[in-house]
Write a protein that binds this ligand. Structure first.
Ligand code: UD1
Length: 422
């Protein structure tokens, strides 16, 4: 890893993108899987993990807990059999919302934990009430204080849970917790995201009995123990989407391998309607864009399989350059238009109606500017805007982008972009 906190990106816009990239492994699949590796009695070998800051932080947290972790290339061997301590490092948890995903596995294994309220992007309040309610349904005792929450699972019992909304994190926590909880636990209104399915596949490979992953009802029959296994998490559908949109913005032809088109149907449909040519064969997606971009009237984010909130700011940049008007409707988070002011500096025409709705009017071009990344996906979106802007764009706070993208500048450079890390 060669990331540093003060890194900036310098981009000279205007190059078309051409070439082939193998899509990196999914951050949002890898993190909960790393957490669930705490449940194994034995060594877990995770293949091809993404070289990103969030994974680095998760490894630090697991090591802090006492796990023995060896890294060879992008493979991690995780052995947590000797862990005794369950006190999570306050500062690390603050920087990464994913520490919340440790709750399910730690509680399953150690029966009690005190968690600092999680941090992460500035995209919304990101409360944990759904997690808390779900654990309470399983008779876990929860005491909430200002900055800390105590959980005690010594009297936990399997049961039925109906999630108020299909929270990805809450579903993943309960699935981890219930895997070794005696009896039958059912989660109604469970999240259906591919990363949830991947976590369940991993747990099942370890010996869990989880049924219905990918549907609205997941059933878990608790087993006595889980064994160490070798596993390779799925590819990152958000990075995949970012690269497709980058090519749609700049023009050119990209060939993505390790690319699952089924997990990206909504995006592919939108890009086709906007004027991109897309060909799919097995795990290869090819996209070319040679004609001017056409806007589409409305894009709304939603739970899988709807359009992902994590690609909302990315598609906003594309809409800024399309012919016509697009209404962007953010239905998952309440503060996910952080990039609007930065894009306006570049000459974009965007009107914020409220926290959930933005109206974008396409312009002919964007102009280079000095920009600040304020969150992970918004930061990547600014990079895409820089790739097409006339002149030299500087992006600060690249550490947000490094949380989820493996060396974004190397990927884009390999496609012909004029971009460097300074
Ligand atoms: C995960 C993803 C994130 C993605 C999000 C939605 C990871 C590491 N992160 O986040 O990239 O944007 O799914 O697809 O996998 N909510 C509550 N109370 C709760 C929990 C959630 O009100 O206890 C709300 C959130 O504020 C949000 C919505 O539910 O408005 C969805 O959140 P959730 O699905 O839990 O997202 P995360 O698991 O945090």
């Amino acid at each position: 890893m060669s990331y540093s906190y003060n890194d900036r990106l310098k981009i000279r816009g205007g190059k078309r993108l051409n070439g082939e990239i193998r899509v990196q492994t999914s951050k949002n699949a890898t993190l909960p899987i790393m957490s669930a590796s705490l449940l194994a009695q034995g060594r877990v070998l995770l293949r091809d993990c993404p070289d990103i800051i969030d994974v680095e932080n998760m490894v630090k947290i697991l090591r802090e807990l006492g796990a023995k972790i060896d890294r060879v290339g992008d493979d991690y061997s995780i052995d947590s059999s000797s862990i005794l301590d369950v006190c999570l490092d306050y500062e690390l948890c603050k920087t990464m919302r994913s520490s919340i995903f440790l709750l399910g596995s730690i509680l399953a294994r150690f029966k009690s934990v005190c968690l600092t309220l999680p941090g992460g992007c500035k995209i919304g309040r990101r409360p944990i009430d759904i997690h808390v309610q779900a654990f309470r349904r399983l008779k876990v005792k929860v005491i909430e204080l200002d900055d800390f929450v105590f959980f005690n699972a010594s009297k936990a019992r399997a049961g039925k849970i109906k999630l108020k909304i299909p929270s990805v994190g809450a579903t993943e926590n309960i699935v981890q917790f219930a895997s070794t909880l005696k009896g039958k636990t059912v989660i109604y209104n469970s999240a259906r995201e591919p990363e949830v399915v991947d976590l369940c596949n991993f747990l099942n490979k370890m010996g869990a009995k989880i049924y219905g992953a990918g549907t609205r009802k997941i059933t878990i029959f608790g087993v006595d123990k889980l064994k160490g296994v070798e596993y390779k998490p799925i590819a990152d559908r958000i990075v995949l989407g970012t690269l497709l949109v980058a090519t749609a913005i700049c023009g050119g032809t990209i060939r993505l391998t390790n690319a699952n088109s089924h997990q990206n149907e909504k995006l592919i449909e939108i890009l086709s309607r906007m004027g991109c040519q897309i060909n799919i064969k097995n795990d290869i997606i090819m996209l070319s864009r040679d004609v001017p971009l056409r806007s589409i009237p409305k894009i709304s984010t939603g739970y899988y399989p709807q359009f992902p909130t994590d690609l909302q700011s990315i598609i906003m940049v594309l809409s800024c350059l399309a012919n016509g008007q697009t209404e962007i409707d953010e239905r998952i988070f309440e503060n996910r238009f952080l990039i609007v002011d930065e894009l306006k500096k570049m000459g974009a025409k965007i009107e914020l109606i409220d926290n959930h709705t933005a109206i974008v009017d396409g312009v002919d071009s964007l102009k280079a500017s000095n920009l600040k990344a304020l969150d992970l996906r918004g930061g990547a979106s600014l990079v895409l805007a820089g790739l097409v802007a006339q002149g030299e764009t500087i992006i600060e706070n690249v550490h947000y982008i490094d949380r989820g993208y493996c060396h974004i500048e190397k990927m884009l450079k390999s496609l012909g972009a004029d971009i460097e890390r300074i």
